[in-house]
Design a protein around this ligand. Structure first.
Ligand SMILES: NC(=O)C1=CN([C@@H]2O[C@H](COP(=O)(O)OP(=O)(O)OC[C@H]3O[C@@H](n4cnc5c(N)ncnc54)[C@H](OP(=O)(O)O)[C@@H]3O)[C@@H](O)[C@H]2O)C=CC1
Ligand SMILES: CC(C)CCC[C@@H](C)[C@H]1CC=C2C3=C(CC[C@@]21C)[C@@]1(C)CC[C@H](O)C(C)(C)[C@@H]1CC3
Length: 418
């Protein structure tokens, strides 16, 4: 049985008060964004146009639709995979196995949706029901997090995450107690991180594009760009699915409300904000500006993919010819840190690339409104905070070697600025 005391990791996110505030603020922000995106003034900082009552939010039909979506993605997860990958070593020295079939799930979902649309499914009507659908996703995330919290009560101590076991129920519910909650080989965190939310996001984008085509005869260039860029991002994540196994979410954070809500509700309903905005506020975009935006996206993607692949290749096999020539610092753990290549430019080159891509997703929406830049603002805050958390973890893991890395590579995300 898990000890009620758990580990004594320092509290993050402002402790129990911060966790409680975030549990209210995050869903409220998501609903605010959904409401203002369709309002005339579309003011990020203004009041919402109206407060939706229960009759707008609650729909058993849409809850069923949402659960069907989760069921479909779970079924696709269980299909035979082209590869089964091993995760990092756990506290008890074991390694978990994960199916690598996320890209296959994306392609099969696209085929199924294509078939359903040609058989008459009104996908273009989806934007009309985003509010009740987001409500269903939020409700599911709360109930799911509660079940995960209860499951952790009977988990062995070795299965618990380093944070999220403070003994304070609110804090632990938010951060998540168990590191890799599973039933048989079904890994809930890994499944949620990459499947229903990410694939749901591109499906919502597509529905918005289809509705724009119905309303205006054809989708706008801005809508095509936003759809294309975000599809590339999701496709890339699923193509490189194995790389998610070394992210902080999988290796360090427990599975609680933060990730359950983030994966299932926040990602599909707020990351599609630019496409939602464009449906209700069409923006003129000429070819020269579109080309500049594509160039910004390409630069961001080049840095993001280059940095992530370089680190993953190096962590898998430091003698791989693609990384063997890079300069490194030895650490007491036996692992090395890269100090040249992308990881010699700044300490988080992948965040830099991700932020440049985020800018490219907002620019097609013009500069008349702040609302489509919400993602860029939120993401900057998330990555600055995430970088600080990672820095603490690396300092604990690598001690003096990490100090040496910081001396050799002084900037965190943006060269000569931060
Ligand atoms: N769109 C979104 O909402 C989000 C996207 N992301 C993206 O996810 C990706 C993964 O991010 P994240 O999990 O935060 O962190 P990283 O992929 O940056 O991983 C950080 C880890 O990399 C290792 N590392 C750090 N420096 C070096 C070095 N010099 N040489 C070798 N290894 C090093 C350390 O782990 P170790 O040494 O143990 O291997 C460290 O803990 C990023 O591209 C990020 O932008 C992240 C959050 C949200
Ligand atoms: C809403 C809360 C404040 C925080 C929730 C955070 C989550 C939304 C994000 C935490 C880490 C994420 C990652 C991705 C999506 C967003 C969340 C879940 C990611 C799957 C996006 C695609 C990338 O290519 C990636 C590197 C695979 C990402 C991994 C981290």
């Amino acid at each position: 049985m898990a000890s009620p005391q758990g580990s004594r990791a320092p509290l993050e996110f402002g402790g129990p008060l911060g966790a409680a505030a975030l549990m209210l603020l995050l869903p409220a922000t998501m609903f605010h964004l959904l409401l203002v995106a369709r309002s005339g003034p579309a003011r990020l900082l203004g009041p919402p146009p109206y407060l939706p009552g229960p009759e707008v939010l609650w729909s058993p039909r849409l809850l069923l639709l949402w659960l069907t979506w989760l069921g479909l993605q779970a079924a696709l997860y269980l299909l035979p995979a082209r590869k089964v990958a091993e995760g990092l070593e756990l506290k008890d020295k074991s390694r978990l196995r994960y199916p690598i079939n996320g890209f296959q799930a994306l392609v099969l979902t696209a085929l199924l949706v294509g078939l359903a649309v040609s058989a008459g499914l009104p996908l273009g009507a989806l934007p009309e029901v985003l509010l009740p659908l987001a409500f269903a996703a939020t409700l599911t995330a709360f109930i799911f997090s509660l079940l995960l919290y209860l499951k952790a009560l009977v988990a062995p101590a070795s299965a618990l995450a380093p944070g999220g076991n403070s003994g304070n129920p609110i804090y632990d519910f938010f951060l998540g107690r168990e590191l890799n909650p599973r039933i048989c080989s079904f890994d809930f965190k890994y499944f949620c991180e990459l499947r229903p939310g990410l694939i749901g996001w591109v499906l919502i984008n597509l529905a918005l594009l289809m509705q724009e085509a119905e309303l205006r005869g054809s989708p706008s260039l801005a809508m095509w760009l936003v759809n294309g860029f975000q599809l590339l991002y999701v496709g890339d994540a699923l193509w490189h699915e194995e790389a998610v196994l070394t992210t902080m979410d999988i290796t360090h954070d427990g599975f609680g409300f933060m990730l359950a809500f983030g994966d299932l509700a926040w990602v599909p309903f707020t990351y599609s904000l630019q496409a939602q905005f464009l449906l209700h506020h069409p923006q003129p975009l000429g070819l020269p500006m579109a080309s500049v935006i594509c160039l910004i996206k390409a630069v961001g993607y080049y840095i993001f993919r280059g940095a992530n692949s370089q680190k993953n290749t190096f962590r898998k096999n430091p003698s791989d010819p693609r990384v063997a020539g890079l300069e490194t610092i030895p650490t007491a753990t036996g692992r090395q840190l890269l100090v040249s290549g992308w990881w010699g430019l700044v300490r988080h080159p992948n965040y830099l690339g991700d932020l440049i891509m985020a800018l490219a997703w907002s620019l097609p929406c013009g500069v008349s409104h702040l609302l489509p830049y919400f993602y860029l603002l939120y993401f900057t805050a998330l990555l600055v905070h995430r970088e600080a958390r990672d820095e603490q973890q690396c300092l604990q893991k690598y001690g003096r070697a990490w100090h040496e890395y910081c001396r050799r590579v002084p900037y965190r995300i943006l060269p000569y600025v931060y």
